[in-house]
Design a protein around this ligand. Sequence first.
Ligand SMILES: Cc1cc2nc3c(=O)[nH]c(=O)nc-3n(C[C@H](O)[C@H](O)[C@H](O)COP(=O)(O)OP(=O)(O)OC[C@H]3O[C@@H](n4cnc5c(N)ncnc54)[C@H](O)[C@@H]3O)c2cc1C
Length: 497
Amino acid sequence: MAKAIVIGAGFGGLAAALRLRARGYDVEVIEALDEPGGRARVFKRDGYTFDAGPTVITAPVLFDELYELFGKKSSDYFDLVPVDPFYHVVFNDGSSFDYVGDEDRLIEQIRALSPQDVDGYRRLADHSRRIFEVGYEQLADVPFSRVSDMLRAVPQMMKLSSHRSVYGLVSHYLKDERLRQVFSFQPLLVGGNPFQTSSIYMMIHWLERKWGVHFAMGGTTAIVNGLVKLLKEVGGDVTLSSPVEQILVRGDRACGVVTADGRRHDADIVVANADPSVVYRRMLEPRYRKKHNDARIGRMRQSMSLFVAYFGTKKAYPDVKHHTILLGPRYKGLLDDVFKKKVLADDFSLYLHRPTGTDPSLAPPGHESFYVLSPVPNNESGIDWREHEQAYLDRIIDSLEQRLLPGLRENMETCFSVTPDYFETTMRSASGAAFGPEPVLWQSAYFRYHNVSEDVPGLYFVGAGTHPGAGLPGVLNTAKVLDRVVPAPAQRRTGTR
Ligand SMILES: Cc1cc2nc3c(=O)[nH]c(=O)nc-3n(C[C@H](O)[C@H](O)[C@H](O)COP(=O)(O)OP(=O)(O)OC[C@H]3O[C@@H](n4cnc5c(N)ncnc54)[C@H](O)[C@@H]3O)c2cc1C
């Protein structure tokens, strides 16, 4: 049986492994860490369970599809429950907005904040639906391997004002600055600056309205475990604690990998779920990289990074919603600091996750489990996080205590944080970026890392660094693209490249 090796057990790698298995490949996933999930791994401390990364589950249909490949149902592996509101947004002046999926409730709140924007929102929603119909339904799971693939998409993208930024498009329809922020922050969920990311990412708004926002009981880790279980049931292998150091090339084709213990694993195709910038730079000898040389990779603009603090409290905070966005005093200025100037600002905007609002089993009885996330510059900033981590954490905790969680410090039981250094070292990401290359127009679709390597036949890519990009719907779609570019096992040496 033709063998596929998948480097990395993130959502991209697990989805790719399942899809290849369904097509008849013998599949082995080789993961560097001692647990699967990648950014979606889990931290368990002192009786608390903390999802390390993704918590907002959108487009559950993409998970269902993976189970349907084998005639199974995702609900037999994990339970997804809807979250309402999707996000509770708190503005710096103390006013707030519940970002929900139901149009009537959404309009009611828009009217309360800014009656003149009701009509504008309806037109914005219609525009995002049209973007979704093209950007998601037609383009998300198709390969952009050739210039012609891109050229075919350009007319439709121009018609939808894709040259505008998300913030630019939202501002065209909405006048109230608070509403502009509510409807433009979504690119941050995939590592993009709303002022620079193409408005094609407004599709996220429609995607959330169409399929809702969900949470997996037990945490996102329940989905990871469900996918691993399925993969094992259908005959795939997952090998943990085995960093891949080198991709082997025979003739001009990828033919396997070498892991850190010196073992050689032969394969007919290799699929990398690891960051493509790192794969090209560190796992392939320069002589095989005609296109992706160091200079070209160095010119890529990597996305922002994140500071994430995980903590438990012995006090319950029943009024705090599952997902809260705490906007700071500055919007554009802060994003300029993160993305352009790459400096650590004194202020911040935060996302607070309170999963125990939906699933109390994630903390000891009566306690709460939280994580708080702040977008920060990637490691091209030169910030020495060993020096700044504690002070930055203290400022965030103070702010949470003042704005949302009274008595936080005296009720806190466990607390630890990760910085861009974690993304660079543990997650092996270029510049410690949290989401791969920044999703600007000139690094999207054809201009993102291709799902088929142009340098080494038999080498493929899935995950946040490739088309269509970061976020769970994005990375699950990268695996769908793979279905269209990897030849069926029997014809692997003569099929499409
Ligand atoms: C804190 C945080 C919160 C987020 N929240 C959300 C959210 O709510 N909703 C959402 O949709 N998205 C969210 N995202 C984005 C989403 O988590 C990611 O885009 C997605 O999980 C990336 O999946 P991936 O498969 O591309 O990569 P990863 O999850 O990074 O997986 C790559 C895997 O490859 C492994 N690997 C790397 N190098 C090697 C090697 N040499 N050998 C073997 N294995 C290797 C890594 O260990 C890792 O397991 C969030 C991201 C972060 C960081």
